[in-house]
Design a protein around this ligand. Structure first.
Ligand SMILES: NC(=O)c1ccc[n+]([C@@H]2O[C@H](COP(=O)([O-])OP(=O)(O)OC[C@H]3O[C@@H](n4cnc5c(N)ncnc54)[C@H](O)[C@@H]3O)[C@@H](O)[C@H]2O)c1
Length: 380
């Protein structure tokens, strides 16, 4: 493998995690951020992480010193000239990202791969800002990077295929689970997961149940690790709302992805979730118990959200956003779903899912409940 020296641009939440795992996988890492304060914090945070790994006997003292010594904290883009792969993880703004690529490209070799960790921007659009567009690719890690195995590899229209294979092999050597996704809004995970949030909010808005009851339905009936409202508060309502808005907008206002007033109001009120102490829940108080113990209601809520997720997963398959196996891996390894949604659909019966979608559609007459062609057509 010729990807030896890894460059990371942006030393925030994601950049630090990527630098850590690249160095732990034996690479020399060149880390840069536009802010000096962020760089100091990154050095401190990485040192603290390695110290903790030593304390927990997950790393020897010598290894911790060696890994830390493999990370070079630099203050100029010129320092990236020896890199064979550079991963950009700066602020989610296409103009700022493109500006960095144009400043970076004159310093780096022509065969250096340039990857972006963007969650929502078009990879083909970012590639078009590069002098050598064929070297550009999406490489989407999940937070926290050292713990989440999934990485989405997203070739742009312009990307040379050999870079996909190079990154697949490299990610495996970092003990990650690479999946290949089409360059479409939200890629795999952030697209298929939308109904987990939006259908839960819809059920709440219609007055069927409170947040705690809906959360309880998903954790107790199907074994999701966190209910939708707890999860949105954990992710941050600002981030979750921004992803929903961006997927909706970039899918040409597809009604299935329409954001909700409920979440927009939370963002406007600065009730961003756990990080602010308040979101759907008030974290200064004890967590509320579910208000309803009606087993039929709880079963119906969980079923409706699950079928919407399965419908979305089959839609992704129908439009070939990724392979069957990669869609399954994405949802179990990127967001910890208890089972792959496609196999889940087969297990409970695709016709049963189709019937539920059709019932919802007949009831609401809304496009959001349109049954996917994938669900009716796909035979495994
Ligand atoms: N946080 C997540 O959960 C998550 C998950 C997957 C992908 N992403 C994506 O990863 C990227 C980074 O996200 P993050 O959460 O680490 O953000 P962050 O705000 O923690 O860090 C971004 C860093 O970029 C730096 N920066 C901004 N402009 C710069 C420039 N011109 N040159 C150099 N550095 C610059 C900032 O100083 C900051 O330290 C974004 O594209 C985001 O969409 C985030």
């Amino acid at each position: 493998m010729r990807t030896n020296i890894i460059g990371v641009i942006g030393a925030g939440t994601m950049g630090i995690g990527i630098a850590q795992i690249a160095a732990q996988s034996g690479h020399e890492v060149i880390l840069y951020d536009g802010s000096e304060k962020v760089m100091q914090n990154a050095r401190h945070q990485l040192q603290t992480t390695f110290n903790k790994l030593v304390e927990k006997s997950k790393m020897t003292d010598q290894d911790a010193v060696a890994v830390m010594n493999r990370i070079y904290f630099v203050d100029h883009l010129q320092s990236f000239e020896t890199c064979t792969l550079i991963i950009e993880a700066i602020v989610e703004n296409s103009l700022i990202k493109k500006d960095v690529y144009s400043k970076l490209e004159p310093f780096i070799s022509n065969d250096c791969i340039l990857a972006s960790n963007t969650s929502s921007l078009s990879i083909s659009e970012l590639a078009s800002a590069c002098k050598i567009a064929s070297r550009f690719i999406g490489l989407h890690f999940f937070n926290p990077v050292p713990l989440m195995p999934l990485v989405e590899i997203i070739p742009a229209l312009q990307t040379e295929q050999k870079h996909v294979e190079t990154l697949q092999q490299l990610m495996e050597s970092w003990s990650k689970w690479p999946v290949v996704a089409k360059d479409t809004p939200g890629f795999i995970v952030n697209r298929i997961a939308r109904p987990y949030y939006s259908e839960a909010i819809r059920i709440y808005e219609e007055g069927f149940a409170d947040f705690a009851t809906i959360d309880y339905a998903m954790t107790s009936i199907y074994g999701f690790k966190m209910g939708p409202f707890t999860l949105m508060d954990f992710i941050g309502n600002d981030i979750n709302y921004a992803v929903t808005h961006s997927v909706w907008e970039s899918c040409f206002y597809e009604s299935r992805y329409k954001p909700s007033f409920t979440q927009r109001n939370l963002v406007s009120a600065n009730w961003l979730g756990k990080k602010m102490g308040k979101g759907y829940y008030d974290y200064s108080k004890e967590m509320p118990l579910p208000k309803s113990d009606n087993p039929e209601l709880i079963q119906n809520i969980a079923w409706r959200i699950l079928v919407m997720l399965i419908n979305e997963a089959y839609d992704a398959l129908h439009y070939k956003l990724a392979s069957f196996e990669d869609i399954e891996a994405a949802m179990t390894k990127g967001v910890n779903y208890p089972k792959g949604l496609l196999a889940w659909g087969e297990e409970i019966g695709k016709q049963t899912c189709v019937d539920t979608m059709n019932r919802l559609y007949a009831n609401y007459k809304e496009e959001r409940y349109r049954v996917s062609m994938g669900l009716t057509n796909y035979n495994s």
